[in-house]
Design a protein around this ligand. Structure first.
Ligand code: HEC
Ligand code: HEC
Length: 228
């Protein structure tokens, strides 16, 4: 008897997630495909100033995907507002289903990928821990502020070029965790699905200690500091 109840519960669970997936798929095909394409990469017919990221390479987990669909990418720091907010088009269930579908379909193993890459980083020597903020500040000012800006609002010198061809994120608004930021900076935007390679991977130039220092500097000074 107990086994039967268990099987029934399990089947209804399967059915529930199956329905969620199907709803997400339907909404994706009617709404997102025109920009993101069938396979989650940019539809070949579109050309924006910032193209959609390849969802099969995304660094975002399901919850973060939900947040981006709900509020749009600009809310979370993107310089462009091409990825719109869908909170006025869809209800909570729709947006949850979309996030579920996108995560399951395109990059279902992102969490394991993040954990694996993050666990491979070099350990920070105890003696260097207290110097991280100083080191991070120096490297941020030298390398990142040119694009992301001195206060990380995505408004550095480089964005004032006449062609207006660079669209760095406002890092005060990012929804990435520190681990994700570290991996994004280490491997670069294209590794995580961006079209252009403006945001290069920094692992050739700097060791993990230095990159972790930059992330720490961003965390302490800029994250959630939106008081421009
Ligand atoms: C008008 C074109 C357009 C439409 C429609 C659109 N997107 Fe996007 N999407 C974009 C662009 C462009 C970006 C990259 C934004 C940036 O970095 O500035 C993006 C980014 C994203 C991201 C973030 C990916 C990452 O790795 O950071 C997710 C998730 C996403 N879109 C999901 C969706 C879903 C789901 C739909 C349908 C409900 C949708 N998008 C509809 C253009 C679009
Ligand atoms: C040449 C300009 C440029 C430089 C220099 C640069 N970035 Fe970026 N960065 C970008 C652009 C552009 C994006 C958005 C990627 C895209 O959508 O193509 C980005 C994205 C990011 C993101 C992802 C934010 C998110 O929410 O998705 C992080 C984190 C980041 N940069 C940190 C850094 C750090 C730290 C440095 C210095 C070590 C740095 N960047 C140097 C241009 C730059």
């Amino acid at each position: 008897m107990k086994i039967l109840v268990f099987i029934l519960l399990f089947l209804s669970f399967l059915h529930g997630s199956d329905a969620k997936y199907k709803l997400g798929e339907k909404l994706y095909k009617s709404t997102c495909i025109s920009c993101h394409g069938v396979d989650g990469n940019t539809d070949p017919n579109v050309e924006f100033i910032v193209n959609p990221r390849d969802l099969s390479k995304t660094i975002l987990n399901e919850e973060q995907t939900y947040q981006i669909i709900k509020k749009g990418a600009h809310f979370w720091g993107a310089a462009s507002d091409i990825m719109p907010s869908f909170e006025n088009n869809f209800n909570e269930k729709d947006i949850r289903s979309l996030a579920y579908y996108v995560s399951k379909k395109f990059n279902p193993n992102v969490q394991e990928q993040i954990e694996k890459l993050y666990s491979q980083r070099e350990a920070i020597p105890e003696s260097k821990k207290s110097k991280m903020l100083k080191r991070g500040k120096k490297i941020y000012k030298r390398n990142c502020s040119w694009c992301h800006g001195v206060t990380a609002h995505g408004d550095g010198e480089a964005t004032r070029n006449p062609e207006k061809s660079i669209f760095p994120y406002d890092l005060t608004k990012t929804l990435l965790t520190n681990e994700q930021m570290f991996l994004y900076v280490k491997y670069g935007g294209q590794y995580w699905g961006t079209h252009k390679d403006d945001m290069t991977g920094w692992s050739k130039k700097y060791d993990d200690y230095t990159l972790e220092s930059v992330i720490k500097y961003i965390e302490v000074n800029f994250r959630n500091k939106n008081d421009k």
